[in-house]
Design a protein around this ligand. Structure first.
Ligand SMILES: NC(=O)c1ccc[n+]([C@@H]2O[C@H](COP(=O)([O-])OP(=O)(O)OC[C@H]3O[C@@H](n4cnc5c(N)ncnc54)[C@H](O)[C@@H]3O)[C@@H](O)[C@H]2O)c1
Length: 449
């Protein structure tokens, strides 16, 4: 099938490459000319495992092309996907300017029938708004083509976007138009093993809300576990044992129960804020999600609080090695990353940072800018040189099994690790002579020193 994807970001590019890999003829358009020119030369604008090879094979097979030409993009696809960014401000108001810009462009240029699909995460009622924009543009130039607008929210996770695209738990199709449902069902056929279970067809408003509800639920699980971690600290219990204890319950399940430094990334916080805002506008106060956000905000400062406790408030002049900057492993995405909160707190307290991340360092540097109190390190162990403490912030595979005896030698004495992901075995760390703090690991973290 012929498909146009508007937006070559984390979602749009992954989705485009996966569709092309399945044999669809995909044209991926972006308003960022430099991004498109780079992609045309094979330069990846982002880090996502397996994506570079998939893009290269799509280009080589002729099934994946990139363009900045709006008119050509509007002409190409039988299905036209809107996959542009939908940021939300601090109050949760979603900026739909990019979504509307794409809808207006399609309305201006399209000269045959079209199925327009909203994949961007956007508030309930956005598809209707897109439809109104298209209808307005068509009316203005007397165009009479058939247009359907469907909702198809995306549930992929950065870091495993390719796998999630190709093996989705479910595909939500928000449309009551049989033509739209048929086209989307055919498009997704290569990725669907069990249509009864995986293809969920519903009305547009429910599909729009399902995306927000999913992210709100995920955020709630994380904040719940971070609250439980605090209780575990107070009670002298280990949150990791508690997690196993509840995750084995089939009604709960083991995923998204990890206590840590709080959730980050471009989606969870923004979508929770947007949902709270939308509910408030409708006259309902979403108290549970306001608490989820508040807990997460506090949790992002947790590693710094533990450090302050350990160093008895004397952070000025300390040097801290930070392993991992990206909001999660296998991505270079720094949007809303908890590491940024730690860095800012350390700097505000007069500490210095030696930072290392396998992929996110260029993005991190462009966010924080050049400063004297940060040293960007080319390797994990380089970050330890002359540092008083190690903070593990992102659980990259290469940071999972370090040599603790070597760390003990490289850190200034007495060495200490602050493990923001409960990645390490506290007993193993301590047997190397290193003090250990995790999140909610009551046995060691708040033990008086
Ligand atoms: N990143 C995720 O993990 C994830 C997961 C599920 C859903 N989503 C949602 O998907 C959407 C896209 O997210 P993303 O992370 O890929 O964003 P992104 O910022 O990585 O990419 C968006 C792209 O859209 C382009 N764009 C903006 N206006 C355009 C226009 N008028 N025409 C063509 N291109 C335009 C931008 O230049 C950018 O390259 C958002 O609504 C997001 O909430 C994201």
């Amino acid at each position: 099938m012929k498909v146009t994807i508007f937006g070559a970001g984390y979602v749009g590019l992954s989705f485009a490459a996966c569709l092309a890999g399945a044999g669809h003829e995909v044209l991926c358009a972006d308003a960022d000319l430099a991004r498109i020119e780079g992609l045309q030369r094979g330069l990846m604008p982002l880090h996502e495992p397996g994506l570079e090879a998939l893009v290269a094979s799509g280009i080589a097979a002729g099934t994946l092309r990139f363009t900045a030409d709006e008119r050509g993009a509007c002409a190409h696809g039988d299905l036209l996907f809107i996959v542009v960014n939908t940021p939300a401000d601090a109050q949760g108001r979603v900026d739909l300017r990019h979504v509307i810009a794409v809808a207006a462009a399609i309305g201006r240029h399209r000269d045959r029938d079209a199925l327009v699909v909203c994949k961007s995460t956007a508030p309930v009622g956005t598809a209707a708004q897109v439809e109104a924009v298209l209808a307005g543009e068509f009316a203005q130039r007397g165009a009479r083509h058939r247009i359907a607008v469907a909702v198809n929210p995306e549930f992929l996770r950065e870091g495993s976007a390719v796998r999630d695209c190709r093996q989705p738990d479910r595909v939500v199709i928000g449309s009551e138009d049989p033509w739209a449902v048929e086209l989307l069902t055919r498009l997704y056929a290569p990725f669907i093993q069990d249509p009864q279970r995986q293809l969920l067809v519903m009305d547009r408003r429910s599909a729009e809300l399902a995306k927000y509800a999913a992210n709100a639920m995920l955020a709630a699980r994380i904040s719940f576990m971070n609250e439980m971690a605090r209780v575990a600290e107070l009670a002298g219990a280990d949150i990791e044992a508690v997690r196993r204890g509840i995750g084995a319950d089939r009604r709960i399940g083991p995923d998204f129960l990890q206590a840590g430094v709080g959730y980050g990334g471009s989606c969870l916080a923004k979508d929770v804020r947007a949902l709270v805002h939308a509910a408030e506008r409708g006259g309902h106060s979403l108290r549970i999600l306001a608490a989820v956000e508040a807990t997460n905000y506090e949790q992002k400062g947790r590693l710094f609080d533990l450090m302050t406790h350990h160093f008895s408030g004397r952070m000025a002049g300390k040097t801290v090695a930070v392993w991992g900057l990206a909001f999660k492993p296998d991505t270079d995405d720094m949007r809303d990353a908890p590491s940024l909160v730690l860095l800012q707190r350390l700097w505000a307290a007069g500490a210095r940072v030696r930072a290392y991340d396998p992929a996110a360092m260029p993005n991190a540097r462009s966010i924080v800018g050049e400063r004297d109190d940060v040293h960007w390190c080319a390797a994990a162990h380089e970050a330890l040189q002359g540092a008083d403490a190690l903070a593990l912030v992102t659980e990259w595979e290469e940071l999972r099994r370090p040599d603790f005896v070597r760390i003990a030698c490289e850190l200034n004495a007495p060495p200490v690790i602050f493990d923001g992901r409960n990645l390490y075995d506290d007993a193993q760390v301590e047997s190397a002579g290193i003090a250990y703090y995790g999140i909610g690991r009551g046995r060691s973290s708040l033990r008086p020193r």
